[in-house]
Write a protein that binds this ligand. Sequence first.
Ligand SMILES: Cc1ncc(COP(=O)(O)O)c(C=O)c1O
Length: 425
Amino acid sequence: MWRLVRSFAAAITQMNSLLNKSTGGSFRIDGLPRYVLGEIARAVIEGRSAGQEIIDLSQINPGSGVPGAALDRLVQSALRPHSHQYSSSQGIRKLRETCAEWYERDFGVKLDPGAQIAATMGIKEGLGHLLLATARPGDTVVLPTPSYPVHSAAVSIASAGMVGVSLFDQPLDSLSPTLDENSSGFFERLEQACDRTWPRPHAVIVSFPHNPTAAVVTPGFFERLIRTAERHDIFVIHDFAYADLFLDDYRPPSILSAPGAMERAVEFRSLSKSHGLAGWRIGFCAGNARLIDALKRLKSYLDFGIFQPLQLGAVEAILDQEFVEEVRSNYASRRDVIVGGLREIGWELESPKAGVFVWARLPESLRQHGSLEASRIMLAEAGVAVCPGEGFDPSMQEFVRFSLGVPEAKLRKAVENLARLGELQ
Ligand SMILES: Cc1ncc(COP(=O)(O)O)c(C=O)c1O
């Protein structure tokens, strides 16, 4: 009996010493820089609590309302007791079938809802978990730069290494952003990165329409990307967050339409921006069955699926094309206001064909400070919060990103404030 008590006490002492040791050490997360958008959001909150009037164009939190039928379905479903049970981590069949129909209608791509689609809690969650499920510690992942910071963070969280490949031949090219099969500079850099990296890269992550630069691609770009990936035997992960947010005649292509894509590519879609459902945390991953299976297996350990009424509401949202058209038309009008306004006061920028961001080169008076300091000046002296280009890649110090997340009147006011700032400089 006493022997048992003594060994129990010894075990407790050992556990305490282990715990004490670990409380002094570093965490996995310490390897990641603070999320750049989070830092800006904090500066905005601080400014506002100090009484400053701020127009926040640093990020986007859609306030477009919600498709009515989606909300009805959510509420009706939430009234049923069984809706509050565990759901299915891969997503309910009805949602996966609707996603498959959506792909067939918009892109002519046929998907098996059983093997080639998994629901995710938005793209951030899905992409992070896909890498965690498939990249082994020490694997490498190729990322075009600049890129959405969540992509590199997901690579790092999976304990993989990142190989950056510049998307543009030179930073100024980020202002004329249509990439196609003849964008040889990018493809040569990608080939070189794949040749020189050992062990060979696990995957490349791309995202078009692009955040932050609003660059778009042609179907030929994806065809060449898949051929390159075949040659190097790597996976391709496409973050297609702005699939539905085309603002003119341009239509963003799906990578899954490219020949050979189903053998090595997946694509993430989201209802956050196009369907105004950012807070619902709902999206999905589609494509290569092996990658989808890995994602589902990991998720089966970590979550029990999205709240079922949200999944049923999402089905209605996907079917409501009129709502998405209205969202598009709002973003297009806002884009015209800010692009026109900034051009008038001497900023250099292209009108984006898709997405919810405007990428602009700082005017000379601000350029000399670099994008970080210029953003600070814009916030402090014009009350306009933007994202500095350097937050996405050090080479982007002459650029800032504006979001289209506020109504036209506020965008006009932002331009007015910046014009006044220009006069003071
Ligand atoms: C390129 C890109 N991917 C993913 C996301 C996040 O999408 P979700 O809300 O589906 O996680 C964003 C949001 O800004 C984005 O810009």
